[in-house]
Design a protein around this ligand. Structure first.
Ligand code: SAH
Length: 250
């Protein structure tokens, strides 16, 4: 009798223990307050853009790939081109100018060999998209635009999207941006017919300049130029098409 009572008590304790353990392991589901998430309907399409247009063509720099996956390109194109924001070609941004093809943006960014903390100058702000990609990699981004209206709207857009540290200037970028020189890297997103010497001058020793050079509308070559002391090393990266580098502030 005693033993049976003892057994009963032991079973009861064991069951209680099992119940407690189960309760601890799996707390009863309580209705959760949904965590507010900012809807980004373009996230998947951007991922696909990176995989199919950029990684597939040989861009390997993970910092560049991550930046291309993060920057909301659709915010940088005119509303009438929204449905083509992630398409594999350049798009008009007004004033006869264009936002470059995503692959070209990624390729040129990779050629700059940026590390976090590098100081980089862009000539040809346009929509501000390339500047935003650079700003995902380093917090020292300077960009110069010759068309006043584009400069103003790009600066407002960059601020609205939180790219607060990018410094934008309305000027003829042929002369670079002397005030903040020298730079670890300079990227030119419009094509002059020769390499502007002020840009070479404003490069640090070991600095990289990525620049398309050639006649307007004609065959242009993308050059990667590395400054080593008094020497420059030039590498031909292939044929490209860019809008021309204009002269004189507009
Ligand atoms: N990088 C831009 C695309 C640039 S299109 C983007 O991501 O959207 C080329 C830009 O270079 C145009 O906006 C054009 O107005 C500008 N540009 C042309 N000549 C220039 C010059 N001398 N200095 C600065 N910007 C110039």
């Amino acid at each position: 009798m005693e033993m049976r009572d003892g057994l009963k008590r032991a079973v009861a304790i064991a069951m209680l223990l099992a119940f407690c353990l189960a309760a601890c392991a799996e707390p009863e589901a309580t209705p959760e307050t949904p965590t507010p998430t900012v809807a980004d309907p373009y996230r998947e399409i951007r991922k696909r853009m990176v995989e199919t247009q950029i990684r597939a063509r040989g861009v390997t720099d993970e910092a560049v790939l991550a930046a291309m996956e993060k920057v909301p390109r659709h915010e940088f194109v005119p509303p009438e081109y929204l449905d083509q924001a992630y398409a594999d070609h350049p798009l008009p941004i007004g004033y006869g100018q264009t936002i470059s093809q995503p692959y070209i943006v990624a390729l040129m960014t990779q050629l700059l060999e940026l590390k976090g903390g590098d100081k980089v100058l862009e000539i040809g702000t346009g929509s501000g998209y390339q500047a935003a990609v650079l700003a995902e990699i380093t917090d020292q981004v300077y960009t110069v635009e010759i068309i006043g209206e584009l400069e103003k709207s790009a600066e407002a857009r960059l601020r609205r999207l939180g790219y607060d540290k990018v410094k934008v200037k309305h000027a003829d970028g042929y002369y670079g941006w002397e005030e903040y020189a020298p730079y670890d890297a300079i990227i030119v997103t419009c094509a002059p017919d020769h390499i502007p010497q002020p840009l070479i001058k404003q490069l640090k020793d070991g600095g990289r300049l990525v620049i398309p050079v050639g006649p307007p509308g004609g065959y242009q070559t993308l050059w990667k130029i590395t400054k080593r002391g008094d020497e420059v090393i030039t590498e031909n990266m292939g044929g490209v098409i860019f809008v021309p580098l204009l002269r004189g502030k507009r």
